[in-house]
Design a protein around this ligand. Structure first.
Ligand SMILES: *Cc1c(COP(=O)(O)O)cnc(C)c1O
Length: 356
Protein backbone atom coordinates (compact mmCIF):
# COMPACT_ATOMS: atom_id res chain seq x y z
CA UNK A 1 0.00 0.00 0.00
CA UNK A 2 1.17 3.48 -0.90
CA UNK A 3 -0.24 6.18 1.36
CA UNK A 4 -1.35 9.62 0.26
CA UNK A 5 -1.21 12.30 2.97
CA UNK A 6 -3.62 15.25 3.02
CA UNK A 7 -2.93 17.56 5.93
CA UNK A 8 -5.65 19.51 7.68
CA UNK A 9 -5.85 23.24 7.04
CA UNK A 10 -7.75 23.77 10.31
CA UNK A 11 -5.72 22.14 13.10
CA UNK A 12 -7.56 21.73 16.40
CA UNK A 13 -6.56 23.31 19.67
CA UNK A 14 -4.75 20.65 21.70
CA UNK A 15 -6.24 19.77 25.08
CA UNK A 16 -4.07 20.34 28.16
CA UNK A 17 -2.20 17.21 29.28
CA UNK A 18 -3.63 17.33 32.77
CA UNK A 19 -7.03 15.68 32.71
CA UNK A 20 -6.83 14.15 29.23
CA UNK A 21 -8.97 11.24 30.38
CA UNK A 22 -9.48 8.32 28.04
CA UNK A 23 -10.77 8.63 24.47
CA UNK A 24 -12.30 12.09 24.83
CA UNK A 25 -10.12 14.00 22.36
CA UNK A 26 -9.18 13.07 18.80
CA UNK A 27 -6.21 14.17 16.75
CA UNK A 28 -6.23 16.21 13.54
CA UNK A 29 -5.97 13.24 11.18
CA UNK A 30 -7.16 9.72 10.54
CA UNK A 31 -6.10 6.87 8.29
CA UNK A 32 -8.45 5.26 5.83
CA UNK A 33 -8.33 2.52 3.18
CA UNK A 34 -11.19 0.84 1.33
CA UNK A 35 -11.76 -2.67 -0.01
CA UNK A 36 -13.78 -3.96 -2.94
CA UNK A 37 -13.53 -7.39 -4.55
CA UNK A 38 -12.49 -5.80 -7.85
CA UNK A 39 -9.83 -3.47 -6.50
CA UNK A 40 -8.75 -5.15 -3.27
CA UNK A 41 -7.45 -2.68 -0.68
CA UNK A 42 -7.02 0.71 -2.30
CA UNK A 43 -7.08 4.45 -1.77
CA UNK A 44 -5.02 4.24 1.43
CA UNK A 45 -4.56 7.69 2.84
CA UNK A 46 -3.99 9.87 5.87
CA UNK A 47 -6.60 12.63 5.78
CA UNK A 48 -8.18 15.19 8.10
CA UNK A 49 -10.29 13.60 10.88
CA UNK A 50 -13.93 13.55 9.81
CA UNK A 51 -17.09 11.69 8.81
CA UNK A 52 -16.88 8.36 7.01
CA UNK A 53 -19.87 9.03 4.73
CA UNK A 54 -21.51 5.60 4.98
CA UNK A 55 -24.74 4.48 3.34
CA UNK A 56 -27.51 3.74 5.87
CA UNK A 57 -27.75 0.23 4.37
CA UNK A 58 -24.06 -0.46 5.10
CA UNK A 59 -23.58 -3.94 6.56
CA UNK A 60 -22.01 -2.67 9.76
CA UNK A 61 -25.28 -1.07 10.85
CA UNK A 62 -27.42 -4.16 10.40
CA UNK A 63 -25.45 -7.34 10.85
CA UNK A 64 -22.64 -6.05 13.03
CA UNK A 65 -19.60 -6.83 10.88
CA UNK A 66 -17.25 -4.63 12.88
CA UNK A 67 -14.05 -5.17 14.76
CA UNK A 68 -11.38 -2.97 16.24
CA UNK A 69 -7.97 -2.84 17.84
CA UNK A 70 -6.35 -0.76 20.56
CA UNK A 71 -2.65 0.07 20.87
CA UNK A 72 -0.53 2.91 22.13
CA UNK A 73 2.34 5.12 20.97
CA UNK A 74 4.53 6.35 23.83
CA UNK A 75 6.89 9.27 24.05
CA UNK A 76 10.03 7.87 25.64
CA UNK A 77 12.28 9.63 28.13
CA UNK A 78 14.61 10.25 25.15
CA UNK A 79 11.83 12.11 23.29
CA UNK A 80 11.42 9.41 20.62
CA UNK A 81 7.94 8.07 19.90
CA UNK A 82 7.47 4.30 19.87
CA UNK A 83 4.65 1.88 19.16
CA UNK A 84 4.32 -1.08 21.54
CA UNK A 85 4.15 -4.48 19.78
CA UNK A 86 2.04 -3.15 16.87
CA UNK A 87 2.53 -6.35 14.88
CA UNK A 88 0.49 -8.19 17.55
CA UNK A 89 -2.51 -5.92 16.97
CA UNK A 90 -2.20 -6.26 13.21
CA UNK A 91 -2.07 -10.04 13.52
CA UNK A 92 -5.08 -10.10 15.84
CA UNK A 93 -7.20 -8.15 13.37
CA UNK A 94 -5.96 -10.25 10.44
CA UNK A 95 -6.72 -13.53 12.22
CA UNK A 96 -10.04 -12.31 13.65
CA UNK A 97 -11.44 -10.98 10.36
CA UNK A 98 -12.18 -14.41 8.78
CA UNK A 99 -14.31 -15.38 11.82
CA UNK A 100 -16.52 -12.38 10.96
CA UNK A 101 -16.29 -13.09 7.19
CA UNK A 102 -14.40 -9.83 6.73
CA UNK A 103 -11.37 -8.82 4.71
CA UNK A 104 -8.52 -7.14 6.60
CA UNK A 105 -5.54 -5.39 5.04
CA UNK A 106 -2.23 -7.28 5.16
CA UNK A 107 -0.51 -7.26 8.56
CA UNK A 108 2.54 -5.36 7.35
CA UNK A 109 0.30 -2.74 5.70
CA UNK A 110 -1.67 -2.26 8.90
CA UNK A 111 1.55 -1.72 10.89
CA UNK A 112 2.70 0.79 8.23
CA UNK A 113 -0.63 2.56 8.56
CA UNK A 114 -0.22 2.88 12.36
CA UNK A 115 3.19 4.46 11.76
CA UNK A 116 1.87 6.76 9.02
CA UNK A 117 -0.85 8.23 11.22
CA UNK A 118 1.39 8.68 14.27
CA UNK A 119 4.01 10.35 12.06
CA UNK A 120 1.50 12.96 10.84
CA UNK A 121 0.00 13.54 14.32
CA UNK A 122 3.26 13.10 16.23
CA UNK A 123 2.86 16.41 18.08
CA UNK A 124 -0.28 14.95 19.63
CA UNK A 125 1.70 12.27 21.50
CA UNK A 126 1.64 13.60 25.07
CA UNK A 127 4.74 13.82 27.26
CA UNK A 128 3.59 13.37 30.84
CA UNK A 129 3.87 10.20 32.91
CA UNK A 130 1.11 7.63 32.25
CA UNK A 131 0.07 9.38 29.03
CA UNK A 132 0.11 8.00 25.48
CA UNK A 133 -1.44 8.35 22.06
CA UNK A 134 -4.05 5.60 21.84
CA UNK A 135 -4.72 4.23 18.35
CA UNK A 136 -8.07 2.73 17.43
CA UNK A 137 -7.79 0.76 14.15
CA UNK A 138 -11.29 -0.28 13.07
CA UNK A 139 -12.69 -2.49 10.32
CA UNK A 140 -16.32 -2.21 9.21
CA UNK A 141 -18.55 -3.58 6.43
CA UNK A 142 -19.56 -0.73 4.12
CA UNK A 143 -21.48 -2.51 1.36
CA UNK A 144 -25.09 -1.27 1.08
CA UNK A 145 -27.54 -4.20 0.94
CA UNK A 146 -30.03 -5.95 3.23
CA UNK A 147 -29.89 -9.64 2.28
CA UNK A 148 -28.19 -11.54 5.08
CA UNK A 149 -24.75 -12.54 3.85
CA UNK A 150 -21.18 -11.36 4.42
CA UNK A 151 -20.49 -7.94 2.92
CA UNK A 152 -18.03 -7.58 0.04
CA UNK A 153 -16.92 -4.00 0.75
CA UNK A 154 -15.03 -2.87 3.81
CA UNK A 155 -13.42 0.21 5.27
CA UNK A 156 -10.34 0.11 7.49
CA UNK A 157 -9.70 3.29 9.43
CA UNK A 158 -7.57 4.42 12.35
CA UNK A 159 -8.36 7.27 14.71
CA UNK A 160 -6.04 8.44 17.48
CA UNK A 161 -6.69 9.90 20.91
CA UNK A 162 -4.22 11.40 23.39
CA UNK A 163 -4.95 9.71 26.72
CA UNK A 164 -3.99 10.24 30.34
CA UNK A 165 -3.93 7.82 33.22
CA UNK A 166 -6.87 5.41 33.06
CA UNK A 167 -7.36 6.02 36.76
CA UNK A 168 -8.81 9.52 36.53
CA UNK A 169 -7.22 12.06 38.78
CA UNK A 170 -4.73 9.75 40.47
CA UNK A 171 -1.07 9.15 39.91
CA UNK A 172 -0.88 5.59 41.17
CA UNK A 173 -2.90 2.40 40.72
CA UNK A 174 -6.31 2.21 42.32
CA UNK A 175 -8.15 -0.96 43.27
CA UNK A 176 -11.60 -1.54 41.78
CA UNK A 177 -14.68 -3.42 43.04
CA UNK A 178 -15.86 -6.23 40.83
CA UNK A 179 -19.21 -7.98 40.57
CA UNK A 180 -19.05 -11.66 39.60
CA UNK A 181 -21.77 -11.90 36.94
CA UNK A 182 -23.80 -15.10 37.50
CA UNK A 183 -26.17 -14.97 34.51
CA UNK A 184 -25.16 -12.86 31.52
CA UNK A 185 -22.11 -13.84 29.45
CA UNK A 186 -19.71 -11.77 27.38
CA UNK A 187 -18.88 -14.50 24.88
CA UNK A 188 -19.95 -18.15 24.64
CA UNK A 189 -17.72 -21.00 23.53
CA UNK A 190 -17.84 -21.06 19.75
CA UNK A 191 -18.67 -17.34 19.66
CA UNK A 192 -16.65 -14.24 18.86
CA UNK A 193 -14.86 -13.89 22.20
CA UNK A 194 -11.37 -14.39 20.81
CA UNK A 195 -11.88 -11.58 18.28
CA UNK A 196 -12.11 -7.89 19.08
CA UNK A 197 -15.59 -7.72 17.57
CA UNK A 198 -17.77 -4.80 18.55
CA UNK A 199 -20.53 -7.37 19.15
CA UNK A 200 -18.72 -8.66 22.26
CA UNK A 201 -18.89 -5.18 23.69
CA UNK A 202 -22.59 -4.86 22.87
CA UNK A 203 -23.13 -8.14 24.75
CA UNK A 204 -21.23 -6.85 27.78
CA UNK A 205 -22.74 -3.40 28.33
CA UNK A 206 -25.93 -4.45 30.11
CA UNK A 207 -24.29 -6.41 32.95
CA UNK A 208 -21.56 -3.77 33.30
CA UNK A 209 -24.20 -1.07 33.65
CA UNK A 210 -26.13 -3.09 36.26
CA UNK A 211 -22.89 -3.66 38.19
CA UNK A 212 -22.19 0.09 38.15
CA UNK A 213 -25.69 0.83 39.43
CA UNK A 214 -25.02 -1.58 42.30
CA UNK A 215 -21.81 0.25 43.22
CA UNK A 216 -19.22 -1.85 41.38
CA UNK A 217 -16.71 -0.78 38.75
CA UNK A 218 -16.92 -3.75 36.40
CA UNK A 219 -17.93 -7.40 36.14
CA UNK A 220 -16.01 -10.64 36.26
CA UNK A 221 -17.16 -12.76 33.33
CA UNK A 222 -17.70 -16.48 33.78
CA UNK A 223 -17.81 -19.19 31.13
CA UNK A 224 -21.07 -19.30 29.17
CA UNK A 225 -21.73 -23.01 29.71
CA UNK A 226 -21.48 -23.72 33.42
CA UNK A 227 -20.97 -20.20 34.82
CA UNK A 228 -18.21 -21.72 36.86
CA UNK A 229 -14.87 -20.76 35.33
CA UNK A 230 -13.45 -17.25 35.25
CA UNK A 231 -12.88 -15.80 31.77
CA UNK A 232 -12.16 -12.05 31.82
CA UNK A 233 -12.75 -8.97 33.94
CA UNK A 234 -14.58 -6.15 32.17
CA UNK A 235 -12.66 -5.68 28.93
CA UNK A 236 -9.40 -7.02 30.35
CA UNK A 237 -7.73 -10.36 30.84
CA UNK A 238 -7.76 -11.62 34.43
CA UNK A 239 -4.79 -12.51 36.63
CA UNK A 240 -4.69 -13.70 40.24
CA UNK A 241 -1.82 -14.39 42.60
CA UNK A 242 -2.46 -17.62 44.50
CA UNK A 243 0.16 -18.01 47.18
CA UNK A 244 3.29 -17.10 45.19
CA UNK A 245 1.98 -18.14 41.77
CA UNK A 246 0.63 -15.88 39.02
CA UNK A 247 -2.41 -17.63 37.50
CA UNK A 248 -4.50 -16.68 34.44
CA UNK A 249 -7.14 -18.66 32.51
CA UNK A 250 -5.83 -20.32 29.32
CA UNK A 251 -6.74 -18.78 25.96
CA UNK A 252 -9.81 -20.23 24.28
CA UNK A 253 -12.33 -19.15 21.67
CA UNK A 254 -14.14 -17.13 24.35
CA UNK A 255 -11.12 -15.24 25.70
CA UNK A 256 -9.42 -12.34 23.91
CA UNK A 257 -5.67 -12.99 23.46
CA UNK A 258 -4.43 -9.75 25.02
CA UNK A 259 -1.08 -8.24 24.07
CA UNK A 260 -0.76 -7.04 27.68
CA UNK A 261 -1.58 -10.56 28.92
CA UNK A 262 1.18 -12.02 26.77
CA UNK A 263 3.67 -9.30 27.77
CA UNK A 264 2.95 -9.59 31.50
CA UNK A 265 3.19 -13.39 31.43
CA UNK A 266 6.66 -12.97 29.88
CA UNK A 267 7.68 -10.35 32.44
CA UNK A 268 6.27 -12.43 35.33
CA UNK A 269 8.48 -15.35 34.34
CA UNK A 270 11.50 -13.07 33.93
CA UNK A 271 10.88 -11.45 37.32
CA UNK A 272 10.98 -14.94 38.83
CA UNK A 273 7.30 -15.53 39.57
CA UNK A 274 5.87 -18.97 39.00
CA UNK A 275 3.25 -18.73 36.23
CA UNK A 276 0.30 -20.96 35.42
CA UNK A 277 -2.19 -20.71 32.55
CA UNK A 278 -5.01 -22.96 33.65
CA UNK A 279 -8.78 -22.96 34.30
CA UNK A 280 -9.72 -21.01 37.40
CA UNK A 281 -13.11 -21.63 39.02
CA UNK A 282 -15.07 -19.31 41.31
CA UNK A 283 -15.06 -22.22 43.78
CA UNK A 284 -11.25 -22.20 43.77
CA UNK A 285 -11.17 -18.41 44.24
CA UNK A 286 -13.48 -18.75 47.24
CA UNK A 287 -11.51 -21.54 48.88
CA UNK A 288 -8.19 -19.79 48.19
CA UNK A 289 -9.64 -16.68 49.81
CA UNK A 290 -10.79 -18.68 52.87
CA UNK A 291 -7.29 -20.16 53.18
CA UNK A 292 -5.68 -16.72 52.92
CA UNK A 293 -4.10 -17.67 49.60
CA UNK A 294 -5.84 -15.25 47.24
CA UNK A 295 -3.15 -12.61 47.51
CA UNK A 296 -4.03 -10.44 44.52
CA UNK A 297 -6.36 -10.14 41.55
CA UNK A 298 -6.02 -7.72 38.64
CA UNK A 299 -7.17 -7.04 35.11
CA UNK A 300 -4.61 -6.44 32.34
CA UNK A 301 -5.07 -4.56 29.06
CA UNK A 302 -3.64 -1.77 26.92
CA UNK A 303 -5.82 1.03 28.30
CA UNK A 304 -5.02 0.71 32.03
CA UNK A 305 -2.06 -1.74 31.75
CA UNK A 306 -2.91 -3.20 35.19
CA UNK A 307 -6.13 -2.67 37.13
CA UNK A 308 -5.96 -4.13 40.65
CA UNK A 309 -9.13 -5.71 42.09
CA UNK A 310 -9.73 -4.91 45.76
CA UNK A 311 -13.02 -6.73 46.10
CA UNK A 312 -14.91 -9.53 44.35
CA UNK A 313 -18.61 -9.83 45.13
CA UNK A 314 -21.42 -12.24 44.26
CA UNK A 315 -24.85 -12.61 45.84
CA UNK A 316 -24.42 -11.29 49.37
CA UNK A 317 -20.82 -12.47 49.68
CA UNK A 318 -17.70 -10.33 49.38
CA UNK A 319 -14.07 -11.34 49.04
CA UNK A 320 -11.79 -8.57 50.20
CA UNK A 321 -8.40 -8.89 48.47
CA UNK A 322 -5.18 -7.46 49.92
CA UNK A 323 -7.22 -5.19 52.21
CA UNK A 324 -8.79 -3.60 49.12
CA UNK A 325 -5.45 -2.20 47.97
CA UNK A 326 -3.19 -2.79 44.93
CA UNK A 327 -0.77 -5.65 45.62
CA UNK A 328 2.96 -5.84 45.05
CA UNK A 329 2.87 -8.19 42.04
CA UNK A 330 0.42 -5.89 40.22
CA UNK A 331 2.57 -2.89 41.08
CA UNK A 332 5.82 -4.58 40.02
CA UNK A 333 4.38 -5.69 36.70
CA UNK A 334 2.92 -2.24 36.06
CA UNK A 335 6.23 -0.53 36.86
CA UNK A 336 8.24 -2.95 34.72
CA UNK A 337 6.04 -2.76 31.62
CA UNK A 338 5.54 1.01 31.72
CA UNK A 339 9.32 1.53 32.18
CA UNK A 340 9.95 -0.51 29.02
CA UNK A 341 7.24 1.38 27.12
CA UNK A 342 8.82 4.74 28.04
CA UNK A 343 12.35 3.49 27.20
CA UNK A 344 13.42 3.94 30.82
CA UNK A 345 14.53 0.31 30.66
CA UNK A 346 16.09 -1.42 27.65
CA UNK A 347 13.78 -3.17 25.22
CA UNK A 348 15.50 -6.56 25.20
CA UNK A 349 12.63 -8.35 23.45
CA UNK A 350 12.08 -6.14 20.39
CA UNK A 351 8.68 -4.97 21.62
CA UNK A 352 9.05 -1.34 20.57
CA UNK A 353 9.12 0.25 17.11
CA UNK A 354 10.37 3.82 16.78
CA UNK A 355 8.10 6.03 14.65
CA UNK A 356 10.31 7.98 12.24
C1 LIG B 1 -8.78 -5.57 24.12
C2 LIG B 1 -9.22 -6.58 25.14
C3 LIG B 1 -8.34 -7.11 26.09
C4 LIG B 1 -6.93 -6.62 26.26
O1 LIG B 1 -6.13 -6.81 25.15
P1 LIG B 1 -4.77 -5.97 25.01
O2 LIG B 1 -4.22 -6.39 23.72
O3 LIG B 1 -3.92 -6.32 26.17
O4 LIG B 1 -5.18 -4.53 25.06
C5 LIG B 1 -8.80 -8.10 26.94
N1 LIG B 1 -10.08 -8.53 26.88
C6 LIG B 1 -10.96 -8.03 25.99
C7 LIG B 1 -12.34 -8.57 25.98
C8 LIG B 1 -10.56 -7.05 25.10
O5 LIG B 1 -11.45 -6.57 24.23
Amino acid sequence: MEFRVTRTTTPKKRPPEAGLGFGKHFTDHMFRADYTQEQGWHDARVLPYGDLGLDPAAGVFHYGQAMFEGLKAFRGVDGKVRLFRPEMNARRMATGAPRLCMEAPGEADMVKAYHALVRVDVDWVPRGPATALYLRPTLVATEAFLGVRPATRFCFFIIASPVGSYFAGSAGLQAVKIWIEPTEVRAPRGGLGATKAGANYAASLHAAMAAKKAGFDQVLWLDGKDHEFVEEVGTMNFFVVLGQTVVTPPLSDSILPGVTRDSLLTLSRELGYKVEERPLSVKELKSAHRAGNLKEAFGVGTAAVVSPVGELAFGGEKLLINDGKPGSVAQNLYAELTAIQRAEKPDTRGWLQVVE
